[in-house]
Design a protein. Structure first.
Length: 317
């Protein structure tokens, strides 16, 4: 199979028939063998009924229905798990991503040798509450990830070599950082293509601008930590804990030595326990010990979450 198109969706009943007809038209024009995997992320409208109707008319349609809303990353994870195409295309279901971009994205993967190609919505039709946080988020993501050539990490329209999606784990809300996940998995050839962005035709956006930015910032810190210390947490907690303990220990010695000095010189002195520096030193030693122990615990539980990507799937067609 040439292409798998994975479409995560939540309450997009109006756009689904038009989106599939558009994808189908593009695929037939270019003689691609393909499948379209709709992942219904707990929609409360008629989205699943529409998917069933589309599947009844075309054997190219596959559907996954979650029992409840989990989010975009779980939807992509389950879609990737089922995808069979040599090239996997992801796009949003709101018709803001154009299926006309698929042939060129496919060519960049198969002919230019890219592992992943991310879309760049250079001209956007979103409100400022969405575009401003997006610019800040992308600038931060470029700095932390080291992928300098990407302008839009969160663009839903992306193309992947099959090996990429089968060797990365998208969980939580990490869909924003799939290029970073791919880079950490050893897929270094990551490209970008300017794609056409259309104004939303039906309904309204399901994602808040500033809330998404703050959540994305926290996820980026988590991903940086996991990619750097995920399999060696003791390197982080151990060094930090040892440093804190050492500073506290030296400070306690200084406090005790100063008292002995004053006693030896016959000068007035106060009890060690009357000095605030003693308690600051003791606190530093305690925190250092806790961080050190946290490093050991981190080593024990590192990357051992067998049910992290276990989702309740009600139905598959």
């Amino acid at each position: 199979m040439d292409i798998s198109v994975v479409v995560p969706l939540y309450n997009e009943e109006e756009s689904l028939p038009e989106l599939f007809a558009w994808i189908e038209r593009v695929m037939k024009t270019h003689n691609f063998s393909y499948e379209v995997i709709f992942v219904n992320d707990g929609s409360t409208d008629r989205s699943w009924q529409i998917i069933e109707q589309l599947q009844a008319k075309s054997d190219k349609v596959r559907g996954i229905k979650f029992r409840r809303n989990y989010g975009k990353s779980p939807a992509l994870y389950c879609g990737f798990e089922q995808a069979q195409g040599n090239v996997v295309i992801t796009m949003d279901a709101d018709l803001q991503d154009s299926p006309d971009e698929i042939p060129e994205l496919y060519r960049m993967i198969t002919e230019n040798g890219y592992d992943l190609v991310s879309g760049w919505k250079q001209k956007r039709y979103d409100p400022l509450s969405k575009t401003i946080p997006t610019k800040l988020f992308n600038a931060t993501a470029r700095k932390v990830s080291g992928i300098k050539n990407l302008h839009d990490f969160n663009c839903g329209l992306k193309a992947y070599r099959r090996d990429v999606i089968k060797n990365i784990e998208v969980y939580g809300e990490m869909h924003r950082y799939i290029p970073y996940l791919a880079k950490n998995a050893g897929f270094k050839k990551i490209g970008e293509k300017v794609v056409h962005h259309q104004a939303r035709k039906f309904g309204k956006t399901k994602f808040g601008g500033w809330n998404r930015f703050f959540n994305g910032y926290l996820d980026l810190i988590s991903l940086w930590f996991l990619s750097t210390f995920g399999i060696k947490p003791m390197h982080f907690f151990g060094i930090l804990g040892s440093l804190m303990f050492f500073i506290g220990f030296v400070a306690v010695i200084i406090v005790g030595a100063s008292k002995l000095y004053y006693m030896n010189q016959g000068m007035p002195y106060r009890l060690v326990t009357d000095s605030p520096y003693f308690y600051l030193s003791l606190t530093s030693m305690i925190i250092g010990t806790q961080l050190f122990v946290a490093g050991f615990l981190g080593e024990l539980i590192s990357r051992n979450a067998p049910e992290r990507n276990k989702y309740q799937i009600e139905k598959m067609i």
